[in-house]
Design a protein around this ligand. Structure first.
Ligand SMILES: Cc1cc2nc3c(=O)[nH]c(=O)nc-3n(C[C@H](O)[C@H](O)[C@H](O)COP(=O)(O)OP(=O)(O)OC[C@H]3O[C@@H](n4cnc5c(N)ncnc54)[C@H](O)[C@@H]3O)c2cc1C
Length: 399
């Protein structure tokens, strides 16, 4: 194991620089336009694939870029600094879905989907949330029926149910969809959950944009997906029947680290905007940055950003050492999202009336960051995970 060293390696600096250049030159200039139009240009996905960003930590043999987890966190941080919708797209596609297939998939499933996903040809989504099941994953109502007929040793399944808030949901061609398997109905609720790899380019699957205007992440593709006795094509089970709860939780652990890193980016963007504005805006014959209350706000923003960074990089570094990171990932997500929410709120205030208009980007940061406190386990759920990790007795089922 490496000793403690806060410097980034050459490889990490390399990925940070690639992501920063892409985010600042290709994403940041159109971030406001994307927010207003509610669309992310699909060409950005091809560009991210071309740069090797989508391949993330996956092995080269599967089309991946073999980044370490610290590098991947740096990529999400840079994307988050420019636009949370673009960062959100990639966290779902590359961390929640690709890393999950890589962890749980058979060799055939991995080679079928992962190279095409790394190249951006196939987009992925992760479909867990339902109208009646959000934080309480084991209460999902989507049902998978297993046919009693087997052909050439293959089982056949069909899905019925409704998923909501699914990021990348209308553009995705493959989804990890969680359902309860009918043949496991006598087991405990979480032991019935099974993960299915579902090919979504099937006209019988109803996919529509979520109703209403979201507070933030307005360029993200959030969908409602309805399955009505949808037959699943071959090799659909990911990780084994009844293993879906574990698959879901492990995927969320990958995703949560990406969300925490994205929060660093939003936090940094708030700080950058505030420092620039505090130097330029004059009131009472002085730069507002000369007032102690403004200095206090900026100092707190910087101190909490550094604290968040250390927590996020620690969790990523631990992943790279092969250590368990459930506790550290939840701490990082909880702390970094909260700290960035506070920073965004302060940033709007510090900009005065200008902060309230989309002429300046801080109002978008303020709207976007709230989502990071909610998805992939709310702030409350992160606290539950943290407390359970500290209080659990051997054998207690965790979130
Ligand atoms: C922008 C965005 C993108 C999303 N993308 C996806 C996606 O790609 N895939 C997907 O499957 N889902 C996605 N979601 C859904 C998201 O994961 C859920 O909204 C989230 O898990 C919370 O579930 P819920 O909305 O049903 O809230 P609920 O679970 O109903 O929670 C409501 C409130 O009760 C609190 N609460 C619940 N249980 C407890 C408890 N035991 N103790 C204390 N408080 C509790 C919650 O913290 C929350 O404050 C997305 C949501 C958003 C906003």
């Amino acid at each position: 194991m490496n000793s403690m060293d806060f410097r980034l390696t050459d490889r990490q600096i390399h990925w940070q620089a690639i992501a920063q250049e892409f985010a600042q030159q290709r994403v940041a200039p159109i971030a406001r336009e994307m927010d207003e139009s509610g669309e992310m240009p699909l060409s950005l996905i091809g560009e991210m694939a071309e740069l090797g960003l989508l391949g993330g930590t996956l092995p080269k043999s599967l089309g991946g870029s073999e980044m370490d987890h610290v590098s991947l966190a740096l990529v999400y941080e840079e994307l988050g600094r420019a636009c949370s919708s673009v960062r959100g797209f990639m966290t779902v596609h590359s961390s929640l879905v690709m890393q999950c297939i890589n962890q749980w998939g058979t060799e055939e499933q991995k080679s079928r989907y992962l190279p095409a996903m790394a190249s951006g040809e196939v987009i992925g989504c992760y479909a867990l949330t339902e109208p009646e099941a959000g934080s309480d994953v084991a209460s999902i109502q989507t049902i998978a029926k297993k046919s009693s007929v087997q052909i050439e040793n293959q089982n056949f399944y069909s899905l019925t149910g409704e998923k909501i808030w699914i990021t990348n949901g209308t553009i995705a061609r493959i989804g990890i969809v969680f359902a309860k398997l009918d043949t496991l109905h006598e087991k405990k609720p979480h032991e019935q959950v099974t993960a299915f790899l579902v090919r979504l380019n099937n006209p019988d699957i109803e996919r529509t944009r979520m109703p209403g205007e979201p507070l933030g992440h307005r360029a993200s593709d959030h969908a409602r997906i309805v399955f009505r006795d949808t037959p699943l094509s071959d090799l659909p089970v990911l990780g084994g029947e009844g293993m879906g709860f574990k698959v879901a939780m492990s995927a969320l652990e990958h995703g949560r680290l990406g969300v925490a890193a994205g929060a660093l980016g939003v936090h940094q963007a708030c700080l950058d905007a505030c420092v620039a504005f505090a130097k330029e805006r004059k009131q009472f014959g002085k730069r507002i940055g000369d007032f102690e209350m403004i200095q206090s706000a900026i100092a707190e923003m910087k101190a909490t950003l550094d604290a968040s960074r250390l927590l996020v990089y620690r969790a990523a570094w631990m992943k790279d050492q092969g250590l368990p990171t459930k506790l550290e990932t939840s701490i990082a997500k909880y702390f970094a999202a909260n700290a960035a929410c506070k920073a965004a709120s302060e940033a709007v205030l510090l900009h005065g009336g200008r902060g309230y208009s989309n002429e300046y980007p801080v109002e978008r940061y303020y709207r976007d960051i709230k989502g990071l406190q909610i998805y992939e386990g709310t702030e409350h759920i992160q606290k539950i995970v943290i407390a359970w990790e500290l209080l659990k007795e051997p054998g207690l089922r965790g979130l």
